[in-house]
Design a protein around this ligand. Structure first.
Ligand SMILES: [Zn+2]
Length: 447
């Protein structure tokens, strides 16, 4: 760009509709770390433009002790950087056809993201540990702005962060400030990946930026991200990154519950900057059928089997409520911790099929699994039939009512629960009806 060197990272399909302008820290645009960050944004579908702000004269990564930082810095104020900003934005929009410009500012660069966060210039801003941003500059923003902040940061210390929070609230634009413990100023680019907490914060800050742009810059894609799930139970925290890499995943919460219903809870959390979200998956989203049909498309053979109770879908619709029909007849999954019998632990009684009333489980079979759905270590003999369910690219064992074929849930083995069978029948409450007086004697095989 004229006399300014630029690092450009292109998307795999060369699309430029959504662009990200990276305004670097004082180490500059040739720094390998920030180039890797740029490439990772590009892998996620953003055309990335990263100009040299320092005329080929950035600060060395490991500067000598006698390096005169104030003197160096005095060469690069707004007088130098504002024209580079203007030219960069213009080039992105006019030469490369970028329609929406997001900007990422690290340290030194944060100030310039703030200064240019205005219609026609930068549409959406993000900064990690911003440096030297003045109150008036922050008050002047006209677009969404997010910040990743370090616990230890003498340039963006706690007081300044709190003041920024007040200002952002007054400004009224969407904002977000995330604070990361155990890290210092510069962590989002220069953090030491050997230190676990630093690597975590660095990757989280990157995901924060990515999610911010998906939400505000590239709105039609926002549902493709999967961060909107309930992490209140450890079962779900471990599921998150794994889901990103599944070959196909639907984009709604209920489906996450379906996954959570499985035994993914011990999957390790692995997500590095080198493994971007699966673009191909996201692209294919619109063709993924809605949940109900997704479940029905399961390769389970249960629907083709015949059962003593042969009512038609129409018959079932007449006797079941919507949620019962969705779960029992369309193999849906209720949200975890939401079911009537999740925390239900009677001393006696029988759980029958909510569809056909066949007795399925006795109260004595039930145990506390903590998984969010009713759990039984065994069923009334013959009452429950198993099928292999290969939906979602994993083999699971589906369980259905032997009398009507109604979907109950899945069964998992060898999880280490202290029960006689070491099996867990993970059953939707909505598939069941509890009957405390049912005099079942153990022969639950329905006619
Ligand atoms: Zn049934």
């Amino acid at each position: 760009m004229d006399d300014v060197e630029v690092y450009i990272s292109e998307t795999s399909d060369k699309s430029t509709e959504h662009g990200i302008l990276i305004i670097t820290d004082v180490i500059g645009h040739r720094f390998k770390n920030v180039q890797l960050v740029a490439d990772t944004f590009a892998k996620n579908g953003y055309f990335v433009y990263m100009p040299d702000l320092f005329n080929g004269n950035p600060i060395p990564l490991n500067r000598p002790d006698d390096f005169d930082f104030p003197k160096w810095l005095s060469n690069y104020g707004t007088g130098v950087e504002d024209p580079i900003m203007e030219k960069s934005i213009k080039t992105m929009r006019e030469k490369y056809g970028v329609k929406r410009v997001g900007a990422v500012g690290y340290c030194f660069g944060g100030k310039y993201v703030v200064r240019f966060l205005k219609p026609g210039q930068i549409d959406v801003g993000y900064s990690a540990h911003p440096s030297f941003v003045q109150e008036d500059e922050l008050k002047g923003i006209k677009g969404p702005f997010a910040i990743s902040a370090a616990e230890t940061d003498h340039i963006f210390p706690t007081e300044k962060r709190h003041r920024s929070e007040e200002i952002l609230k007054e400004v009224g634009q969407p904002y977000q400030i995330n604070l990361y413990s155990g890290v210092e100023h510069g962590f989002a680019v220069r953090g030491d990946p050997e230190k676990r907490e630093v690597q975590y914060a660095k990757e989280s800050a990157f995901l924060q930026a990515l999610q911010w742009f998906e939400e505000h810059l590239n709105i039609q894609r926002r549902l493709s991200l999967i961060f909107s799930i309930d992490y209140s139970d450890t079962l779900y925290t471990s599921v998150k990154p794994h889901l990103m890499r599944l070959p196909s995943f639907p984009n709604i919460i209920r489906t996450l519950y379906a996954f959570s219903n499985t035994t993914l809870r011990s999957q390790p959390i692995v997500k590095s900057l080198g493994q971007p979200l699966q673009r191909a998956t996201i692209r294919s989203m619109p063709t993924i059928p809605f949940l109900g049909s997704l479940f029905s498309s399961s390769t389970s053979s249960s629907q083709k089997m015949s059962y003593p109770d042969e009512r038609t879908p129409g018959d079932w619709q007449a006797v079941l409520n919507k949620e019962q029909f969705r779960v029992l007849r369309e193999k849906g999954t209720e949200a975890p911790f939401s079911g009537e019998y999740d925390k239900h632990h009677p001393s006696q009684g029988v759980y029958t099929c909510a569809g056909c009333q066949a007795p399925l489980y006795k109260a004595e079979h039930k145990f506390k699994s903590g998984c969010g759905w009713p759990a039984y270590f065994d069923a009334i003999p013959g009452a429950v039939t198993r099928h292999t369910d290969s939906s979602f690219g994993m083999a699971r064992t589906e369980i259905v009512c032997s009398n009507c074929g109604g979907h109950l849930g899945h069964v998992f083995k060898g999880e280490g629960y202290n029960t006689p069978t070491d099996e867990r029948h993970c059953v939707n409450s909505v598939s069941l009806k509890f009957n405390k007086d049912d005099p079942v004697t153990g022969n639950g095989q329905a006619k």
